[in-house]
Design a protein around this ligand. Structure first.
Ligand code: ADP
Ligand code: MG
Length: 994
């Protein structure tokens, strides 16, 4: 018997058939050397829209035969031959079977007749003795395993009614467990493999009859719609009952229920199981966790994208379906019409099976159009043929030659089905829900963590803020402290800088000062040296000049002295001559007249000259002493200056001077002796005259204007002499004439003027002459002399003459009227000569005794002039001053007593009191007596009492009242003290008992 050419006609050729369904399958199929490998494959693309598809290389795995992932997606077809049943055994006992199986070669021989047969290659050839277990393992188990791995799987039985489809698939094996069919065994394997905790197993049991889907588990659902996913093309039956299975028992019950419902339904519909298709749909949902190696994006069913990060365990779920289809008898396709079935039923059965056949043919022939949608069966089997499922078809045949045609068409169906190439795909998808739940859980956890962290951050922030505030406060405090410290430092710095600057300035000033001082020092040293040199030189020069000047002066003075001496000598000689002549005349006059007065006059002059000479000598001695001192000084100075030569010369000159002076002194001495002789002679003459004029003089004195007027104090011996002279002069006056004498006062010759004034003075001493002199204008001439003359002698004598004239009250008024007070005051201020001052003081003292003239006297400065003369300290001068004060005080006292005088003493007002107090107890009685009298007069009047007390005169008054030698003054003081309330009060205050 040759191999059927059918295979070659369909592009098939006999070859080893690798079973890629499973390892087990491969093992079982490996022993089949006759397995056919389809020559043409129909590449299938993944269903559009299917997600997470794991493609399998359908061709590569076939070659190696080692790929257990089911590389080949070709529909696997096994053929099973039913043993002869009792009828066939009886009826066909004489006939051989129409088929011959070559299971080792997986070939089947179909006898056409006694001499012809056709050989077909199948994936598995199961003989009539093949056990149910073996059929399961060969046909269904690879599919079941594939379903458990996540692939869809289909196990379908095709064959003539009564050939054992239901026997093969649906036998429960209740009586004999070896009879258990594919459904039961498949479920056993599935239940054994899945995890009840993680996996889900649900089962639906349906029947398709007359293009109507009926739920065998809920027979009332007899028109269940088939729903196709427009994207994936997956078919689902949403209306069916899904029974979740946990164990085998419940499955068996489910099958029984389904069979019972199918039987009841068929009975009701007046049909039988062979006219309907039974479909057991097993849904296996298994979770699988895979760790992703990298980030990727997945798209869910709604088209939204989900980003899955690397390293995240993405839950996946595998939803696979196992479809076990027990088809209606295939004979119906051919016999539906001929056997008188109702048209509709026949159409329906025919439609489904015919459509299935057409689809198989189309798929087998790689036809571009597969009429899947022509019937519900093909729609339900869309994934099983030409889809993604792993499909195993078992065709059942009977041995009877009577059904040879049916058997042949079944075999052909199987042969065509073997050409159908499926593209198995792993039904794995992401478990969005699980992922979502897990992500939500993680999200919740993250949210909770986030909340806690936020709270912690919030707490931390609060804590931080509080700490920041504290830190800020501390920083502020520190900053303020730092600022204060900085301020202090700054102030201190400024102060120090200021001090530094000041110190620097002071230093600079000091330095400059020091430099300046050094410079000045140097300059001073230099200057000093220069000056010292110059000074020494100048002093030297000066000393030399002084010495020269002094020497010259000295020489000049010596010359003068010599000249004077010569003059004196000449004069002396002349006088001697005159004396001689006078003597002669005297002798002659003794005989004739009384010519001695002239000589007396001359003698008086000579005496005055002698006195003058004595004064000059004394002056020369003083100057000599001064020269000596000067010499000594110069000697010292010059010695230091080593100018001994000059000194030596000076010494020599001085020695000469001394010699000359001694000579002069000798001359003066001899002159004095001569003069003494003359004086003795004159004395003798004076004694003579005094004896004659004594009576006259006393009468003149007593007849003075005022009894209280105190006359000039003149030494008694000289007074006598003067009186003598006056007498002589009176004679001369009578002989020469007053007018002539007064005219001599205006002579150009000084000597004449001197002599003339002396004569006038002598005349004025006599009261009798005074009126004549005044009448002749002598007072005016004397005042003019006092004013104009520069000669001291003239001024002195003139003042004396005025003083004498001032003894007369009338003359006093004349003197005042002719401005005599002013002249006397000026002379008192200017003169230094004590005798001149004595005369002036005497004149003023006389004027002070005139009551009428007191005011004018004071106004013209008489009292001030009087007091000014105390500077002289000469006793005669002071005595006249005291007399003047006493006269003035007595006049004031009289005026006050008589009531025409009021007010404080003008003496006190002119400041006389201090002098009065100071001299009230002067040792000179002539001064003291006048002052005591003056003080008593002042104190007599209460207006002066306060001044007396404050000026310290009270004590003097007390002393006067106790000690005064003159009783009248003493008693006057006592009366005064007792009479004055002021003095009494003061004495009481001082607790002085009087
Ligand atoms: P079909 O479902 O194809 O119409 P069945 O399964 O109902 O056929 O089988 C018809 C009869 O044949 C049944 O009585 C069954 O027991 C019997 N039968 C079928 N196949 C076998 C087999 N391989 N061994 C023994 N008996 C079988
Ligand atoms: Mg059946």
């Amino acid at each position: 018997m040759a191999f059927a050419s059918h295979n070659s006609k369909n592009g098939l050729h006999a070859s080893r058939l690798d079973r890629p369904l499973s390892v087990n399958s491969m093992k079982s199929l490996a022993s089949s050397p006759t397995a056919l490998t389809p020559t043409s494959t129909r590449p299938k693309s993944a269903a559009p829209g299917s997600s997470s598809v794991q493609r399998r290389n359908g061709t590569g795995a076939q070659k190696s035969g080692k790929d257990d992932s089911g590389v080949s997606g070709r529909v696997r077809v096994a053929v099973r031959l039913r043993p002869r049943n009792a009828e066939e055994l009886a009826a066909d006992a004489d006939f051989a079977d129409c088929v011959e199986l070559l299971p080792e070669l997986k070939r089947l021989k179909l006898r056409k007749n006694n001499w012809d047969c056709e050989t077909y290659q199948f994936d598995e050839v199961l003989t009539e003795t093949a056990s149910q277990k073996r059929v399961y393992e060969v046909v269904a188990k690879p599919v079941v395993e594939s379903v458990l791995e996540g692939y869809n799987g289909t196990v379908m039985a095709y064959g003539q009614t009564g050939t054992g489809k239901t026997f093969t698939l649906g036998r429960l094996g209740e009586e004999d467990c070896a009879d258990r069919g594919i459904m039961v065994r498949a479920m056993e394997d599935i239940l054994a493999d899945i995890s009840p905790e993680h996996d889900t197993l649900t089962v639906s049991y349906l029947q398709l009859y007359m293009e109507t889907v009926q739920d065998l588990l809920a027979p009332e659902r007899d028109n269940i719609a088939i729903v196709e996913d427009p994207k994936t093309g997956d078919v689902s039956l949403p209306g069916t009952t899904l029974v979740e299975l946990k164990d085998q028992k419940s499955f068996l019950e489910l099958l029984q229920t389904g069979e019972a419902n199918r039987f009841a339904s068929n009975t009701k519909l007046n049909t039988e199981s062979s006219r309907s298709h039974a479909l057991l749909l097993v849904n296996v949902k298994r979770s699988a966790k895979n760790k992703q190696e990298k980030d990727f994006v997945i798209h869910n069913e709604n088209g939204n994208s989900v980003h899955v990060s690397k390293g995240h365990r993405v839950p996946t779920i595998r939803k696979s379906k196992l479809l076990i289809v027990d088809l209606a008898g295939s004979e119906r396709v051919d016999k539906s019409g001929s056997e008188g079935h109702q048209l509709e039923e026949a159409k329906a059965i025919n439609l489904s099976l015919t459509s299935l056949g057409k689809c198989i043919n189309a798929l087998a022939e790689n036809s571009p159009h597969v009429p899947t949608r022509d019937s519900k069966l093909t729609r339900l089997l869309r994934d099983s043929f030409g889809g993604t499922a792993r499909t195993s078809l078992i065709i059942t045949i009977g041995p009877s030659p009577r059904h040879r045609g049916e058997t042949s068409s079944t075999i052909l169906f199987g042969q065509r089905a073997m050409k159908v190439e499926n593209m198995v795909k792993l039904k794995e998808e992401f478990d969005y829900k699980s992922l979502c739940r897990r992500l939500e859980a993680e999200l919740d956890k993250l949210i909770a963590d986030n909340e806690r962290q936020a709270q912690a951050i919030f707490d931390g922030e609060e804590d931080m803020e509080r700490k920041l505030e504290e830190a800020g406060t501390r920083v502020a405090e520190a900053e303020s402290k730092v600022a204060a410290a900085l301020e202090v430092i700054s102030k201190e710095k400024q102060r120090q800088q200021k001090e530094l600057v000041e110190m620097m300035q002071n230093l600079q000033i000091e330095r400059a000062h020091r430099e300046r001082l050094e410079l000045e020092l140097r300059e001073n040293v230099q200057d000093l040296q220069d000056k010292k040199k110059k000074q020494i030189y100048a002093e030297n020069e000066k000393h030399q000049k002084e010495i020269r000047d002094i020497l010259e002066q000295h020489q000049q003075e010596i010359k003068d002295v010599q000249t004077r001496l010569a003059n004196e000598c000449g004069q002396r000689e002349r006088l001697e001559k005159e004396l001689h002549e006078a003597n002669i005349c005297l002798q002659q006059s003794k005989e004739i007249l009384e010519p001695e007065n002239i000589h007396k006059e001359e003698l008086s002059d000579l005496k005055q000259m002698l006195e003058k000479e004595c004064e000059l000598r004394q002056q020369a001695e003083r100057e000599l002493d001064a020269f000596k001192r000067e010499e000594k000084k110069l000697t010292n100075g010059i010695t230091e200056k080593n100018d001994i030569g000059e000194i030596w010369v000076l010494k020599k000159r001085l020695e000469q001077e001394l010699l000359e002076r001694e000579k002069l002194e000798d001359e003066i001495k001899s002159l004095k002796q001569q003069l003494l002789q003359v004086h003795v002679d004159a004395e003798e003459e004076a004694i003579l005259q005094r004896s004659r004029t004594i009576g006259k003089g006393s009468s003149a004195r007593s007849s003075g204007g005022s009894n209280s007027t105190i006359s000039l104090h003149t030494p008694s011996n000289m007074k006598d002499t003067i009186n003598g002279q006056r007498a002589t002069i009176a004679k001369l006056f009578e002989q020469v004439g007053l007018q002539k004498i007064l005219s001599l006062l205006e002579s150009e010759d000084v000597d004449v003027r001197v002599h003339a004034v002396k004569v006038v003075a002598n005349l004025a001493a006599e009261e009798v002459n005074q009126e004549k002199i005044v009448e002749a204008g002598g007072l005016g001439s004397l005042l003019t002399l006092l004013q104009s003359s520069e000669d001291e002698t003239i001024r002195r004598v003139a003042a004396g003459a005025i003083a004498n004239l001032a003894m007369n009250e009338t003359n006093q008024e004349l003197i005042m009227a002719q401005g005599g007070i002013g002249l006397l005051a000026r002379t008192a201020d200017d003169a230094e000569d004590p005798q001149t001052l004595r005369m002036v003081a005497g004149a003023i003292a006389n004027l002070c005794g005139n009551d009428k003239l007191q005011i004018k006297l004071r106004e013209e400065g008489g009292i001030r002039a009087l007091l000014g003369m105390v500077r002289s300290r000469h006793a005669d001068v002071l005595a006249q001053v005291a007399r003047g004060i006493a006269n003035f005080a007595k006049c004031e006292s009289r005026g006050a007593a008589q009531g025409y005088r009021t007010g404080r003493s003008l003496l006190i007002e002119d400041g006389a009191l201090p002098w009065i107090v100071a001299n009230a107890n002067n040792e000179a009685s002539s001064i003291r007596r006048h002052i005591e009298l003056a003080l008593c007069h002042l104190a007599q009047h209460e207006v002066n009492a306060k001044d007396v007390v404050s000026g310290g005169a009270l004590w003097e008054l007390i002393r006067i009242s106790r000690e005064c030698s003159r009783e009248d003054i003493r008693s006057l003081a006592q009366r005064t003290l007792n009479a004055s309330p002021t003095f009494q009060a003061e004495l009481r205050r001082l607790h002085v008992t009087y």
